[in-house]
Design a protein around this ligand. Sequence first.
Ligand code: ADP
Ligand code: MG
Length: 508
Amino acid sequence: MAVGRARSVALLGLSGALVDVEAELSNQSPGFKLIGLPDSALREAEQRVRAAIGNSGLEWPKRKLTVNLSPADLPKQGSGFDLAIAVAALATSGQLPGETGRVAHLGELALDGRLRPMRGVLPAVLAAARSGVSTVLVPAANQDEAALVPGIRAVGVASLRDAAIWHGAELEELPVDALLAPNPPGDAEPEGDLADIVGNAEAVEAVITAAAGGHHLLLVGPPGAGKTMLASRMPTLLPPLDEDAALEVASLRSLCGVPVGGALTARPPFESPHHTATPAAMVGGGSAIIRPGAAARASHGVLFLDEAPEFSSATLETLRQPLESGEIRIARAAAMASFPGRFQLVLAANPCPCGEWGSRDRECTCPSAVRLRYLKRLSGPLLDRIDIRVRVSRVTAVQLRMREDRPTSTSAQARNRVIRARRRARERLAGTAWTTNAAVPGSALRGPLALPREVLAPVDRALERGGITMRGYDRILRIAWTLADLDEADRPGADQIGRALLLRRPVP
Ligand SMILES: Nc1ncnc2c1ncn2[C@@H]1O[C@H](COP(=O)(O)OP(=O)(O)O)[C@@H](O)[C@H]1O
Ligand SMILES: [Mg+2]
């Protein structure tokens, strides 16, 4: 008895593995058996595939059909194997003359035989291409996304009938309206330019410095000071994504069901989860194809936690792992899914629950115990990783009207400075494991990169007085190196050290 074959892809996190689908008919009474660790959505494939075959002018085999998904120990989730199962079943019953076994198939079947668009087509096709597959059949609605992958032929099919015809079945073409993905609420890309910001020169410089050195950043200030505005300008200061990063960013979006379209974006992502976000919303979760959370989608870009102290401690705690390792791991019954988690963290916080502590124009009404506890909620995993801390003040109506402060540079100007500064850092750090100043450990800052004593005098004094900790000391050195890179100086001098001290204000 001939075995019908097709291929598909099992996704686990962002990585995918090729799955061989084999179908075989035996002379027992009619029935269907699916083996090879399928999850419950996949076990329902029989109903979908049977109906789709019947409604496509093809024939469901009249004997017992056994479908095996291998490798057996790989967990296979979701309904994206339908097309491969249907093709293998049709091949074993002699309805497809073509060689089906080398082609990868992705897509869930609707009962009428059409293919539903699916999440995760981009990472699945990338995985297929990396495993040497040269052709992949995908739902028509996902064709342009699949075609982004270099080195593989992506064929969009609207229905199982189209797929069968592509595999050589002698059927008349019956054009159908392809099922399209529902348009999710357009993710409003942060538009806006650094030049929109009036005043707050120190905070603007802090954002540019954070972008240049890869430093995590905390902005503290009263409501309306422009913290959200400042943070949203951060992606406009980062260098454009290279192709690998752009593919990864698009793959993460694809896993969330965001239409990726026919072109990769080079714009670094900006993710701004609401403070009610659950741990799963932050790092990822869900069944079947696991959705990456905001922290994963922020990879190669910015993760912005607005009103950071309002997040639950469980949600903040999930960031510990990506901040330490650059990776997000999600445990599943059968396996471990992993996503990249390498983002720049920007936190915004009011200084106290009422927001007015330390502001020039209004009184704080919080009891001091409440106020002191407020920012402490951020301590531990997060605050320990933040290099730059600045205070943002409300600009006055007069400043806004007059723009009396010196004009802020545009995003394009600042980005050019950032790109040059990053290049200097990369060249200096060539041959090490680090590419940005933020990643350089204290031992290197105090060892091979040590600065002359006279330059360090003010930081040494602060350390002796107990004004800063040893950790804070290293952070000041990191920031100073970034300031030197921005200033195109060979190493930090007294000026950069002095400004670095100002970018590490104690949080009130
Ligand atoms: N420095 C500033 N320059 C220009 N506009 C500002 C500035 N600060 C605040 N604004 C205006 O006030 C609004 C509220 O600022 P926002 O960033 O939401 O403040 P915060 O997040 O600190 O509460 C912004 O949309 C912006 O229009
Ligand atoms: Mg805000």
